[in-house]
Design a protein around this ligand. Sequence first.
Ligand code: ARG
Ligand code: ZN
Length: 880
Amino acid sequence: SAIYLSDYQEYPYSVNEISLTFDLGEEKTTVHSVCKVSSKTGASVPMALNGEDLELKGLYIDGKPLAEGVDYDLTAKSLLIKSPPAGDFTLGCVTDIEPQNNTSLNGLYKSDGNFCSQCEAEGFRCITYYPDRPDVMTKFTVKIVGDKEKYPVLLSNGNLVAEGDLEGGKHYAVWVDPWKKPSYLFALVAGQYVAVEDKFTTRSGRVVDLRIYTAAHNSSKTQHAMDSLKHSMKWDEDRFGLEYDLDLFNIVAADDFNMGAMENKSLNVFNSRLVLASPETATDFDYNRIEGVIGHEYFHNWTGNRVTCRDWFQLSLKEGLTVFRDQEFSSFMNSAPVKRIDDVMIVRSRQFAEDAGPMAHPVRPASYMKIDNFYTLTVYDKGAEVIRMYHTLLGEEGFRKGMDLYFKRHDGQAVTTDDFYKAMEDANETSLGNFKLWYKQAGTPTLKVSTVYNEAAKTFTLNCSQELPKTPDSDEEKSPQLIPIKVGLVGPDGEDLPLTSVEDGSGSVSEIGQATTFVLRMTEMSQSFTFKDIAVKPVPSVLRNFSAPVKLVIEQSNEDLKFLLANDSDEFNKWEAGQRLVTRLILDLLKSYEKGEDMQMDDSITEAFASVLMDDSLDKEFRAYAMELPSTEELADKIDKADPVNVYRVRSFVLRSLAAGMKDKLLQVYNANNVKGPYKPDREGKSRRAIRNVALSYLGKLGGKDAEVMALLNTSFKEATNMTDQMAALGAICGNPGQDRDNALKSFYDQWSNEPLVILKWLGLQAGSNIEGNLKVMKELLDHPAFDIKNPNKVYSLIGGFTRSAVNYHAADGSGYEFLADIVIKLDKLNPQVAARMVGPFTKYKKYDEGRQTHIRGQLQRILDSKPCENVYEIVFKSL
Ligand code: ARG
Ligand code: ZN
């Protein structure tokens, strides 16, 4: 059954404080909770508490036991106290739980013998009966009692105020968090950990103890996470004036974790793959991800914890904003244009697909069955694009004013995206009009632009129109959304033309004053903008830096695209020009391929790519990204009823053709950047490895048939001294079936079988293979000691990896789909959240040809018939 935003009601009681005692055990863990409650209404209205999978041992009001059926009603998911006191009272509750048998990794569970918790969004209700909703905020005191030998480290939120030994080999710790918080930010960790310590002094002089807790054998892999944490703390002060608010900050690495990480107040819990790194075991990509996610969770301390969400429909209030903040942090630490390209690739290849599928929902959804299913690319990444648009519209200064007002008004509160919007408007004394619809309307707008140069009048006009697609979440007619369109006009010499003024179609003129880019505010369904004093016919560069998450349709010739690829001063659009060129090529070739004709590579595109590859005036990492082709997913999205295997084949043809056409240059780039020396995860090192390895990957496409190349790949693999280079070589080798591939995979496994995080890469690489018939290997890997269906990371690598294999997952006989459904049905009984994530790939079935649609629909029906949990049910039901 669904929950609706429109049904929101304030909770009638406030919880002034909660005191929790955990008695940790092997058979059961007992939780005592005592809440100081007061009625907000001054009347006795029923008090609803959430609770799931709990054994209730006792319930008390002011110390007096309550009787079931008389004083309260109990159902599988709730407890209703019929007539609590109308004033203040204490509510006591005792429950038994079994963390050791909790395979859902939601609530309190065990990972590698240690206790660990995950309460967002609704895990706290699996610990005790409580109003488990984010608008109920209170101060937590937590006492943890446990065996001293098994659980030497006892952690919760806030400050450690007492600890000591108890009888029977037990000990205890008491933690007090002075900041009010909702239950989803509660955390408890107990077990065998070692801490790596450091300090950070805030700008006002507070000395904060920083600790990262890991299993003893992993403590040498925390340096990068610690550096990232300190950089995050400094950056949030410098950029947003936001300082840390306690004397300690703890991070714990957990091997079994459903998501990436969790921002529990002062006790962040991380999936270990997002904390642990060493040059030998982690790639540059991992280093970047760790930096970004450490930042993300740290930034939540203000955007999420100090100001939290009123209800879960507002999830993007904290997630969209915090993703924007982590993106900005990563751009500051690395190359800003490359980071932007990276983020846009995710939005376009995955968020757009979500927006076009059966689960489409607005950034602020209006209803859901399971909130777990709404930790989506839409809420996170489109949400971040929405925040970025405020920034684009208001400028850095205006955005900062809005942020300052937001904290001034709402610190300590649980609020809504409307409150954020209002703070942005009020701080800038402006109206953002229909911008708000970005929160309310699902679906990706299409922005169509055509242009006219008027030689005589020296004007350049953009005729723009927006189309908002119908989406299954709503029958309402959609209204135009404010789209910020960042534009530059590139003159024939490759330089941006100065812009003097623009008229917006309604007759209103904006003076620009010689700037070379301008942000047009499109507010209507269709609207024209005319730039004045444009002396020569320019090539327009539209939607610079991807200024809005829309599908841009603009007619531009291949010549214009090559011109922009060579000249655009906006690095995003420079990259984009290459993407559009090659997309057009692939889609054209696909038509020939499907007609059974020969495919003919366009050599002028190889030349255009080669000149970017060799352009030493450009950043190496940017050049590496410019060599990347749009993903099969993104390409398939552009075709009605695509055959994903055909798309993959044509894309591979283009990759091979580019590789063949650029072979000498690729070798040159590889050799020039193949420098020995210690690994450093700095910008220079990362850029060098990026271009070296993109060259290697292209060369790998020539593999099999080219003995010289194969020898190079093998040497590269053997001589690698860091994981970035080792994985790049292994990946390139693995594209070519044969003895070399088998040897490399075996030697890699032998080298790393004791490093679970490295083995994830080994699983993922094999799972994603496009070698025909790889399903057989998949079935073997399921039984391999390296795989464990109870560990989410292994499922994401092996099963998630498989769904990225066009050839095998999308095998025309439906065998890949059947395999995935088998796994989902199995996972469903163990871990609903992970099972639901693994159904995700099925939701895109309407994009594919009839045959595949039929196969997938059959598998969805099979899952439905297996009577899945609510998480899986919601997705399957909405898909069918
Ligand atoms: N708030 C966490 C983050 O984005 C994610 C928690 C996800 N939990 C869940 N059950 N889906 O930083
Ligand atoms: Zn987050």
